[in-house]
Design a protein around this ligand. Structure first.
Ligand SMILES: CC(C)(COP(=O)(O)OP(=O)(O)OC[C@H]1O[C@@H](n2cnc3c(N)ncnc32)[C@H](O)[C@@H]1O)[C@@H](O)C(=O)NCCC(=O)NCCS
Ligand SMILES: Nc1ncnc2c1ncn2[C@@H]1O[C@H](COP(=O)(O)OP(=O)(O)OP(=O)(O)O)[C@@H](O)[C@H]1O
Length: 241
C-alpha cells in the first residue's frame, strides 16, 4: 500500500441536492484495484450509486443480486433453506417464495441469523470471484447492505455509505411497491445510521434527484477515487492516437 494523497482534495462535494463528505482519507493500493465497500440502509440508494459506479467502469458485485442467484430453483442454497424451513417457503413453481421467507426472517431474529448463516458464505464466494476480475487500476465495488452488520468493513480500502432521511427512503420504497411496514421491519433488522457512518470514509447524502447523485458519483471518482486519472475526454483522445 502506498499513501494516497488526498490532502489537497476537497473535503466535500455537491451536485444539486446530493452531497458527499470525505470523513477519513484512505490509502490506494499500487498494484491492485481499489476495493470499495458500498452500503446503506434499505432504500438509501445503494443500487443507484453502484449502477453509477458501474457506468464509469467499476467492476460491481451486488450482494442482493447474488443472493437471488444462490437460491435459484434447484440450487443447493435453496435446498438448504427448504431443509430448515419446509416446503412452505416454495411457490408452486418450485421457486423461492421471497415474501414468505421475508415474513419469517423479519419477524424472528434467530431465523434471520440462520438464513444468513446459510446464504452469506455462498454470496461472499461469488462476490469474491466477480471482484477478482477488476483490473489493477480499476475500482472493485461490493454493494452489500449488511456490510456493517457482518463485520466486513476492514476488508475494503474505502467504505462508502449512502444515506437519506428515513421518510424519504420510505417514500421511495413505497413508490417501488414496498409497503411502509415492511420497510420499517427491515430497517429494524439493520444497523443504525450512526453505526454505518462511524465506519464510512465517504458519506453520500442522496437527498437530491437521481441525476444529482449520478453526477455526484462522477465527482467522487474524479476527486477521491481516481484523482490521478486523466479526464474522460483525454482518455478518449489517447485511444485515438
Ligand atoms: C428475505 C428475502 C428473500 C426477501 O427478498 P426481497 O426480494 O423481498 O428483498 P431483496 O432480497 O431484494 O432485499 C431488499 C433489501 O432488504 C434488506 N435485507 C435483505 N436481507 C436482509 C437481512 N438478512 N437483514 C437485514 N436486511 C435485509 C436489504 O436492505 C436489501 O437491500 C431476501 O432479502 C433474502 O434472501 N435475504 C437473506 C439474504 C441476505 O442477507 N441478503 C442481504 C444481502 S447479503
Ligand atoms: N435520488 C433519488 N431520487 C428519487 N428516487 C431515487 C433516488 N435514489 C434512489 N431512488 C429510488 O429509490 C428506490 C431505492 O433506491 P435503490 O434501489 O437505489 O436503494 P437501495 O439502497 O439499493 O435499496 P434496497 O436496500 O432496497 O436494495 C428505488 O426505487 C430508486 O429508483
Amino acid at each position: 500500500m502506498s499513501p494516497y494523497d488526498l490532502d489537497s482534495a476537497p473535503r466535500s462535494l455537491e451536485e444539486g441536492g446530493a452531497r458527499a463528505r470525505l470523513l477519513r482519507p484512505f490509502d490506494r493500493p499500487r498494484s491492485r484495484a481499489l476495493r470499495i465497500g458500498l452500503t446503506g440502509g434499505i432504500g438509501s440508494g445503494k443500487s443507484t450509486v453502484s449502477s453509477a459506479l458501474e457506468g464509469i467502469g467499476a467492476t460491481l458485485a451486488d450482494a442482493d443480486r447474488i443472493a437471488r442467484e444462490v437460491v435459484e430453483r434447484g440450487s443447493g442454497g435453496l435446498q438448504r433453506l427448504v431443509d430448515r424451513f419446509g416446503h412452505g417457503i416454495l411457490l408452486s413453481s418450485g421457486e423461492l417464495d421471497r415474501a414468505a421467507l421475508a415474513a419469517i426472517i423479519f419477524a424472528d431474529r434467530e431465523a434471520r441469523e440462520e438464513v444468513e448463516g446459510i446464504l452469506h458464505p455462498l454470496i461472499a464466494e461469488r462476490a469474491a470471484a466477480i471482484l477478482a476480475r477488476a483490473p489493477e487500476d480499476g475500482l472493485a465495488v461490493y454493494d452489500v447492505p449488511l456490510l456493517v452488520e457482518a463485520g466486513l468493513a476492514g476488508r475494503f480500502d474505502a467504505v462508502i455509505v449512502v444515506g437519506a432521511p428515513v421518510d424519504l427512503r420510505i417514500e421511495r420504497l413505497e413508490a417501488r411497491g414496498i409497503p411502509r411496514d415492511d420497510a420499517l421491519r427491515r430497517m429494524a433488522a439493520q444497523s443504525a445510521d450512526a453505526d454505518r457512518e462511524a465506519l464510512a470514509h465517504i458519506l453520500v447524502d442522496n437527498s437530491g434527484t437521481r441525476e444529482d447523485v449520478i453526477g455526484l458519483v462522477e465527482a467522487i471518482d474524479r476527486s477521491w477515487l481516481r484523482p490521478s486519472r486523466p479526464p474522460a475526454g483525454d482518455r478518449a483522445r489517447k485511444r485515438l492516437r
